[in-house]
Design a protein around this ligand. Structure first.
Ligand code: SF4
Length: 362
């Protein structure tokens, strides 16, 4: 049974220098048409009222929608899905106000993921963000006042001409806001971004490794569990929706450029707004063989501190993992933990996870 739905809102008030998500500048004339197409797409899935446990509204910037547009979407979701354990919306600090937060709270949303990225106004400007440190403090204040205490703060580190001291400031700032969940992502320079075109660099790999270790150590000292490569949570506040992905479970996804995983297929909607509004989803379909599924299961689950269960792996693939990968495991044993029927990567080696994974399965 599929328990999770991702909803993509591709609109933003501005475009950040590093961003390669499917997004475009908001045009209010198109937004309502988009929401209609989106709601039609969800209806087409014919998901029973009581089936979903998690919904994640991401983007883009969902809070760039006007109050009345947000109301159309949230009213629809609230009246259709009644058994949600976790209902998340992404927000930007400058896009929140008290009215939107009231609507968010009344719609049953119980988790907010706030795109903070940095506590330094200098770095925020370089990233092309349109908020400042004070906006973050105000947004968190309003989120708490409205009664939502389960919130995540997203940060990015590693931009050239920044140092570990900037990350220390970010951590101090983040902890002072008392979030339940924190994400720290290393900056990736992706093609078709302003940073790529301008040949912007990140700090060196050695510095990235030091920063990564420092973030992990500091947050663990402050009771956060480093439960996924880039994610930290107070116990019990791990993202249920995102765990669906990392456990390699299936999920629905709707909206421009959204990718779902249903049955043995990954389907990705068109990136053309024109086609999407005409309800021509033009899906790209990738069939996932049992072998691909096995690799994806290992790769995704090893992102988690808890790794995966050998019996779950056997039940799903009818393969004895320890037997099949015996020689590779022997070579990689310095990096792995195999105990209590589970396999995981030692968190201190998370930063070279890709290499460990490739050595294991190739
Ligand atoms: S990073 Fe977020 S706010 Fe910035 S352009 Fe991308 S989706 Fe929009």
């Amino acid at each position: 049974m599929i328990n999770s739905l991702y909803i993509h809102i591709p609109f933003c008030d501005h475009i950040c220098a590093y961003c390669d998500f499917p997004k475009q500048l908001i045009q209010y004339s198109k937004t309502e048409e988009y929401l209609n197409a989106l709601i039609d797409e969800i209806n087409e899935l014919k998901i029973p009222d009581d089936q979903l446990r998690t919904i994640y509204i991401g983007g883009g910037t969902p809070t760039s929608l006007s109050l009345s547009q947000l109301e159309i979407l949230l009213f629809y979701l609230k009246s259709h899905f009644k058994k949600l354990d976790e209902f998340t919306i992404e927000a930007n600090p400058e896009g929140l106000n008290f009215e939107k937060l009231q609507l968010i709270k009344q719609s049953g949303i119980n988790r907010i993921s706030l795109g903070v990225q940095s506590s330094s106004n200098r770095i925020l400007e370089k990233l092309g963000r349109h908020h400042c440190r004070k906006d973050v403090v105000n947004a968190v204040d309003m989120i708490k006042k409205i009664g939502i205490y389960n919130f995540n703060l997203d940060f990015i580190y590693g931009l050239e001409n920044t140092s570990i001291n900037d990350v220390k400031n970010d951590l101090e700032f983040a902890l002072s806001l008392q979030p339940k969940h924190l994400s720290f992502y290393s900056l990736q320079i992706e093609p078709n971004t302003y940073f790529y075109i301008n040949k912007t660099k990140t700090v060196s790999d050695d510095e990235l490794a030091d920063i990564y270790a420092y973030i992990s150590k500091t947050l663990e000292e402050n009771s956060f569990v480093h439960y996924e490569i880039s994610n930290f949570a107070l116990p019990g506040f791990e993202s249920k929706h995102n765990l669906t992905y990392w456990h390699d479970q299936q999920y629905y996804a709707v909206g421009l450029g959204a990718s779902s995983y249903v049955g043995n297929k990954r389907e990705t909607n068109t990136l053309s707004m024109k086609k999407y509004l005409e309800k021509k989803l033009d899906k790209k379909t990738e069939f996932i063989s049992k072998k691909d599924e096995e690799f994806e299961f290992i790769m995704l689950n090893l992102r988690l501190k808890e790794g995966f269960s050998l019996s779950e792996y056997f039940d799903r693939f009818n393969i004895d993992f320890l037997q099949k990968y015996r020689d590779k495991i022997a070579k990689e044993k310095e990096y792995l933990i195999i105990k209590n029927g589970r396999v995981s990567v030692k968190p201190s080696y998370f930063y070279i996870l890709d290499t460990i994974f490739l050595n294991l399965i190739s």
